[in-house]
Design a protein around this ligand. Structure first.
Ligand SMILES: Nc1ncnc2c1ncn2[C@@H]1O[C@H](COP(=O)(O)OP(=O)(O)OP(=O)(O)O)[C@@H](O)[C@H]1O
Ligand SMILES: [Mg+2]
Length: 377
């Protein structure tokens, strides 16, 4: 992934700034930040699935607080009524035999929405959402399809919908082009930051208006694809099919636009293979059968995106750190050598803000490891 470089495009600069500020405040959430901002540029809905308390709401609320425009947030339960989503039936209209709703402040008038516990709603709610998310229209019950201004729906859930949980949930899950599992914080340093930082809420120095988001969308839409990236995407789809992962045609086609949005976010002038990193969140149909992991592996192998390599190497480093016994000098030395090797591999990756941050982290861990083993003897 490319470093966001200074840009003469003020909207792109705003996105770069927000990306930096969100990633700085949220611990180990760089990928999720990138995903949500990409979704905003691409005008595609995004779903984050993860255990309670892993920062999903904090991120999604923060992004919504950054965008201007009309917003609507709701936490769904099985008792949530259609009125809470669409607004109450208009009594004035009923008096003249018309069935309308007062939609002020509700989903039909929102540019951006956040649906928490997205799969918890009743059948009626899920059906309303399906239509709004997919066709961007709603029907108050009079058979007339009314257009909604919705550009982006952010959603969160504690678990994935699966065929076992019913067709409606699977259908709703499919409406989110971008879907990602969110893991709890992995690193020791991340956990320390979580524990000892008083306030994790990002401080955002800018705001973005719907007009500016539209400007970003249009700018991203015209970014060309390099021939290498085109070839890589075609190879990825072939390789995925061999692994039994066959995302539908709509997902495949929409991935082209999502990669453009990500390239825009990265400050690039064209889509390069490394921007296919984001495709790991689109190019699978069901979370079953390790499809998301397979998509990530194939993309990492074919397109070799720097961001994915950094994540992989940091995971390896964490495993080394967890397994190291600092009281045993030979063991500590072996761990230090492994960390140095990981750093060497990291240094061969192309310049990128995330590479530098990861290398700094490795350096700190190496220092701590050496100090701890000296103290232990
Ligand atoms: N990665 C993180 N970075 C910073 N703060 C975090 C992170 N994960 C959790 N927190 C802290 O935990 C709090 C709870 O997180 P949040 O409410 O966003 O979780 P959630 O994933 O939405 O949980 P739920 O599924 O229960 O709704 C945050 O407000 C924040 O203080
Ligand atoms: Mg939440």
């Amino acid at each position: 992934m490319k470093l966001v470089r200074p840009d003469s495009d003020p909207v792109r600069e705003k996105f770069a700034q927000a990306r930096k500020e969100l990633s700085a405040a949220l611990i180990e959430r760089e990928d999720e930040v990138d995903l949500v901002l990409t979704a905003l540029v691409a005008n595609e809905h995004v779903l984050l699935v993860g255990p309670p308390g892993c920062g999903k709401s904090l991120l999604l609320d923060s992004v919504l607080s950054w965008t201007g425009g009309t917003k609507f947030s709701i936490l769904l339960t099985k008792f949530t009524t259609v009125e809470e989503l669409l607004g109450p039936v208009s009594l004035t209209a009923l008096k003249v035999d018309k069935y309308l709703r007062v939609t002020t402040g509700k989903l039909p008038e929102a540019d951006y929405s956040f649906i928490d516990e997205a799969f918890k709603g009743s059948s009626a709610i899920l059906n309303v959402m399906l239509k709004i998310l997919n066709e961007r229209v709603y029907d108050v019950g009079d058979g007339v399809a009314r257009k909604v201004p919705l550009k982006l729906c952010l959603a969160a859930s504690n678990e994935w919908a699966s065929p076992d949980t019913g067709k409606e949930l699977s259908a709703l899950s499919d409406r989110f082009l971008l879907r990602k599992s969110v893991s709890p914080i992995r690193s020791q340093a991340g956990r320390q930051r979580l524990l000892w930082t008083r306030d994790h809420a990002p401080k955002l120095s800018t705001m973005v208006s719907p007009t500016e988001v539209e400007e970003a969308r249009r700018a991203a839409l015209i970014l060309p694809w390099s021939s290498e990236a085109k070839e890589a995407l075609e190879t990825i789809l072939k390789e995925l099919a061999k692994e039994g992962v066959q995302p539908g045609d709509r997902r495949q086609f929409k991935t082209v636009g999502v990669a453009r949005a990500f390239a825009y976010l990265c400050g690039a002038d064209e889509v390069l293979p490394e921007h296919l990193e984001v495709a790991q969140h689109c190019l699978w149909d069901s979370p079953d059968g390790d499809q998301p992991q397979k998509a990530a592996q194939v993309i990492a192998r074919v397109a070799n995106p720097v961001g994915m390599r950094v994540t992989q190497l940091l995971l390896e480093a964490e495993q080394v750190l967890v397994a190291a016994d600092v009281r045993n000098l030979a063991d500590a030395a072996k761990a230090a050598a492994k960390l140095a090797e990981i750093d060497r591999q990291m240094s061969s990756l192309k310049g990128n803000g995330r590479v530098e941050k990861a290398r700094l982290y490795l350096k700190e861990q190496l220092k701590k490891l050496k100090l701890a083993s000296i103290e232990a003897v």
